[in-house]
Design a protein around this ligand. Structure first.
Ligand SMILES: CC(C)(COP(=O)(O)OP(=O)(O)OC[C@H]1O[C@@H](n2cnc3c(N)ncnc32)[C@H](O)[C@@H]1OP(=O)(O)O)[C@@H](O)C(=O)NCCC(=O)NCCS
Length: 329
């Protein structure tokens, strides 16, 4: 059996926060942000919009593209570091909204690698039981609510959004469509370089943790940058070697959108020309778990990726987590 992409969907909030807007909030400049990150603007959810609302919009679009309804789903998996609540999960909230009565639903926390993790988990869960056919996997983030808008080191980087994929288990297709190879890793030894310190059981929320800005993303940018490039390249090479797919056979490379300089360094080391590299960081910034899903959906809907084309996904995030996947669409 193969696990194929039956449909994709994405959603970004309407409100745009430009670099010029940020110039009024912190000591920064459009020129610095563009040259150091490639970001020009990002989307910000409304106060009443939570991450499950963004996930719902993306999920509906993916279901429509797949030609199925929530009732057809066997599982819903949401990757997020900004769930509506610690519990219940966004997965369960979506189940009710989508009428996915027979699905079992849960969330995955793998930071920016979340969507890739859910593709792997969704694939495994579908393969496990013969009667399972459809999995809806979604990366959805409202990072604006864990961004310290007084910290110029981080606030210029992040944005809100959601990307969704319907996975379907089918008999093997003649053109070999489906997930071809994956390579997924974690290294908790680097847990400290990218994190949100408070709000969990280690440092529960208090008035002091709020005053100390401990409910926001903290990051060692330079260290993260170096590790990201090496990890994304290594995972990408592993899936290419294990599948016997050369760089020239890949239609589109979709790297996690964290920094244009990271994306370009990865492409250069993988020998991927610019025209086969998918980039939308200029419009959305880093949307963490949503990033790869939004890119896949835009690449497919714009015709950059056509049926039969091979996509190479490669990602990196807090945890640390990283990985890559080769998928024939
Ligand atoms: C964060 C990041 C953009 C910073 O770029 P950098 O080239 O590494 O910049 P540095 O951290 O070396 O900082 C250079 C200077 O710019 C300053 N700076 C940082 N943010 C700034 C901003 N928004 N505007 C202007 N100056 C800024 C720093 O204070 C520093 O000044 P100093 O030299 O006087 O101390 C970059 O390190 C990065 O993208 N890292 C990876 C982040 C990431 O991907 N995180 C998520 C992983 S999924």
């Amino acid at each position: 059996m193969s696990i194929v992409i039956a449909g994709t969907g994405s959603y970004v909030p309407e409100k745009i926060l430009t670099n010029a807007d940020l110039e009024k909030m912190v000591e920064t400049s459009d020129e610095w942000i563009r040259t150091r990150t490639g970001i020009e603007e990002r989307r910000i959810a409304e106060p009443g919009q939570a991450s499950a609302d963004l996930a719902y919009e993306a999920g509906c679009r993916a279901l429509e593209a797949a030609g199925i309804t929530g009732a057809d789903l066997d599982t819903i998996i949401v990757a997020t570091v900004t769930p509506n609540h610690v519990f219940p999960s966004n997965g369960c909230i979506l189940q009710a909204k989508l009428g996915a009565t027979k699905a079992f639903c849960f969330d995955v926390e793998a930071a920016c690698s979340g969507l890739l993790y859910t593709l792997e988990i969704g694939r495994a869960l579908l393969n496990m039981i013969p009667s399972r056919r459809y999995a809806l996997v979604i990366g959805a983030e409202k990072l604006s609510c864990i961004t310290d808008w007084s910290d110029r080191n981080t606030c210029v980087l992040f944005g809100d959004g959601a990307g969704a994929v319907v996975l379907e288990k089918t008999a093997e297709t003649e053109d070999g469509r489906g997930i071809i190879a994956t390579d997924i890793h974690s290294d908790g030894n680097y847990a400290e370089i990218l994190k949100m310190p408070a709000g969990g059981s280690r440092i529960p929320a208090t008035e002091q943790t709020v005053r100390d800005h401990l409910h926001f993303i903290k990051m060692e940018g330079r260290e993260t940058f170096k590790l990201a490039v090496n990890a994304m390249v290594s995972a990408a090479k592993t899936v290419m070697v294990s599948a016997g797919v050369a760089s020239s056979e890949i239609g589109v490379v979709i790297p996690h959108q964290a920094n244009l300089r990271i994306i370009n360094a990865v492409a250069q080391r993988l020998d991927v020309p610019e025209d086969r590299l998918f980039v939308n960081i200029n419009k959305y910034g880093n949307t963490s778990a949503a990033s790869i899903g939004i890119c896949m959906d835009e690449a497919i809907r714009s015709g950059r990726v056509k049926r039969g084309d091979v996509m190479l996904l490669t990602t990196f995030g807090g945890g640390l987590t990283w990985g890559a996947a080769l998928i024939r669409y």
